[in-house]
Design a protein around this ligand. Structure first.
Ligand SMILES: [Zn+2]
Ligand SMILES: [Zn+2]
Length: 290
């Protein structure tokens, strides 16, 4: 599978001269599967730029929403394929008691917040709660699990041809207690991230910022790296950058993350802070044979 980061900022878009290198758009990662199928992780403002590359191509697009905080759905109604009558959009997201996924998204795509209603969109659109068991999208197998954040929130594990991407953009696994690597199965998200070829994970706060934000649903740098090490991810992209963090500050966090990763035995070139427009190809592992 091949992936492109279209937005790596958390909470609220942060455009401006201080954020040109890492980008100011909120979460969106596009995955192209081996058969050409497109799977989009979250619909933050980054999805708008993705849509511009697809505008005239009718196709079936799956959008996997981790949760419905505004930074993860804000770009949805600016996604060009929604306005293409030949497109089919399949949205997957977390269940919540008593109200459907479509009705929850319609709280945003409806008056007075939006000039259009979902029923007015010309594309074919469907909404599905992510099932509790694995499901298939083209050649990929998808698994969703609830993880520690504020409100119903999923992480995703996407496997194809021996490669596995784990996407947990909003996550506070160490809430209230340090991560205990001796009992990893008790750590939120561990089952999703275990042995992933690439882990994309929340790293909103520098360590010294975390105390003021305990319980807000996000990770400090040292917890994000500890989670990645404990789950034995092969490669790590730290994600959901705080809107107050400039490019220069994120460079300093990147150095700190690499130094911590090395302490856990990792190679410094296998961990980085996600940057908008970054592309990564996950090559399938050879499974037996020559
Ligand atoms: Zn978020
Ligand atoms: Zn969130």
């Amino acid at each position: 599978m091949k992936l492109t980061v279209w937005g790596a900022r958390g909470s609220v878009p942060a455009p401006g001269p201080q954020t040109t290198r890492y980008g100011g758009n909120t979460p969106c990662v596009a995955i192209t599967l081996a058969d050409g199928a497109l799977v989009v992780l979250d619909a933050g403002t980054g999805i708008r730029n993705l849509g511009l590359t697809l505008a005239s191509e009718p196709q079936r697009i799956h959008i996997l929403l981790t949760h419905l905080h505004l930074d993860h759905i804000q770009g949805l109604m600016f996604f060009a394929p929604l306005f293409n009558p030949d497109s089919e959009i399949v949205i997957w997201g977390p269940e919540a008691p008593g109200v459907s996924l479509q009705d929850r998204i319609a709280r945003y795509i409806s008056a007075p917040l939006s000039p259009v209603e979902i029923r007015e969109l010309p594309c074919a659109m469907s909404f599905n709660s992510a099932p509790p068991s694995e499901w298939e999208i083209g050649p990929a197998t998808i698994r969703a699990e609830s993880i520690a954040h504020r409100g119903p929130t999923l992480g995703f594990r996407i496997s194809e041809a021996g490669s596995t991407l784990c996407y947990i953009p909003d996550h506070e696994p160490a809430l209230g207690a340090p991560l205990d690597p001796s009992q990893p199965e008790w750590i939120s998200g561990y089952g999703l991230a275990r042995g992933a070829s690439l882990l994309i994970h929340d790293c909103q706060y520098a360590d010294e910022e975390y105390e003021e934000h305990l319980g807000w649903g996000h990770s400090k740098l040292s917890d994000a790296v500890a989670f990645a090490a404990c789950s034995e991810a092969e490669r790590v992209l730290l994600f959901h950058h705080d809107p107050l963090h400039s490019d220069d500050f994120l460079d300093s966090l990147s150095d700190l993350a690499a130094a911590r990763w090395v302490q856990y035995g990792g190679a410094p070139d296998r961990i980085a802070l996600a940057r908008e427009t970054q592309e990564i190809a996950l090559a399938g592992q050879l499974l037996g044979g020559a």
